[in-house]
Design a protein around this ligand. Structure first.
Ligand code: RRO
Length: 316
């Protein structure tokens, strides 16, 4: 009932983890891979060429409606994730393994894309939107750099990898029609075949009234906002890129129930990722959200995602 495709790759379930949450260590990835955990794919923590410890703690905080993080890209380094897939031969589990890449420079990104262990990795999610590195802006907000990186990455992917390889990009939220059009045009002139919308809303600030203080330590409390409050922005980005490109859209942002997942799919998502809610609820969130989504589909007599994917109607 919930099977789907990202590009040409089949997924048995349309729900999986967002990069960043419980997908950093070997143990994290093994758990996601466990057959008891209902995820349609396994996505790694965004990696850099060298391992990183990330920003000082506390660097994550949440309440009912939102989360704020400034993790600062803690990860075990590219070689670990690239070799992990080989070690565990993910194809045995029938969960595609997608490697999230967030190089600190364009050169690092291109090196990592060039050297993927392609027999064991089903695709990449090129993270163009980490908001938490001091002094480094989000690539996705710099359209020249975005165009340059996507063009060079496309050349490598076209020449070295199979046509079925997932070339995904993870975008920051956009808020302006001109920006949607510009980024869509860059993507439509490239080999990108999947888009994850959206990363956290960068540089938010949560304040604690009692202590009159910030709630996280790095960057004077500024961090990426996730959770329910960002769902309307996520939905508009999903729907816009669904309309303006041919890519598979992966919805991310504010999904904590089957109803949220339904809304993302209705707006055009082929699959959805769970971030903040996965952090709060751990692995049981996947089965629960799946059950809730199936229930809504049953009530509406839908038997597959194609019955409603992208079919949002507009008030006239
Ligand atoms: O590690 C992080 O601080 C982080 C990353 Br790479 C990202 O893409 N989005 C986010 O909210 N945090």
């Amino acid at each position: 009932m919930l099977k789907t495709k990202i590009h040409t790759r089949e997924l048995s379930h349309c729900i999986y983890n967002a990069s960043g949450v419980y997908c950093c260590s070997e143990n994290d990835l093994n758990l996601l891979n466990n057959y008891n955990v209902n995820v349609g794919a396994v996505l790694s923590k965004s990696c850099t060429l060298q391992s990183r410890v990330g920003n000082p703690e506390p660097r994550y905080w949440d309440c009912d409606e939102l989360s704020i993080n400034s993790s600062g890209l803690p990860n075990l380094g590219y070689d670990f994730y690239n070799n992990y897939s080989y070690k565990y031969n993910f194809s045995n589990y029938n969960k595609p393994f997608i490697l999230s890449i967030a190089g600190l420079t364009e050169q690092d990104n291109l090196y990592m894309i060039e050297n993927l262990n392609q027999n064991y990795i089903d695709g990449i999610e090129l993270n163009m939107s980490c908001p938490n590195i001091k002094g480094k802006s989000q690539t996705g907000y710099d359209f020249e750099s975005t165009e340059d990186l996507i063009r060079k990455a496309s050349e490598i992917l076209d020449s070295k990898y199979s046509k079925d390889f997932i070339f995904g990009v993870k975008l920051p939220p956009y808020f302006d029609e001109i920006h949607f059009n510009t980024v869509s045009e860059i993507i439509n002139n490239s080999s990108v075949n999947a888009i994850t919308c959206i990363n956290s809303l960068g540089n938010g600030l949560v304040v604690d009234t009692d202590s009159e203080s910030t709630v996280i330590k790095p960057k004077n409390g500024f961090g990426g906002i996730g959770g329910s409050v960002i769902k309307p922005i996520a939905l508009s980005n999903v729907h816009t890129f669904y309309k303006l490109t041919q890519c598979s859209i992966i919805g991310c942002g504010g999904i904590s129930t089957g109803k949220d997942a339904f809304e993302h799919i209705l707006c055009g998502a082929s699959a959805v990722q769970i971030g903040t809610q996965f952090y709060k609820e751990k692995h049981s969130c996947f089965r629960r959200i799946e059950t809730e989504l199936k229930q809504i589909m049953k009530e509406k007599n839908y038997t597959s995602l194609d019955d409603f994917k992208g079919k949002l109607s507009y008030l006239t």
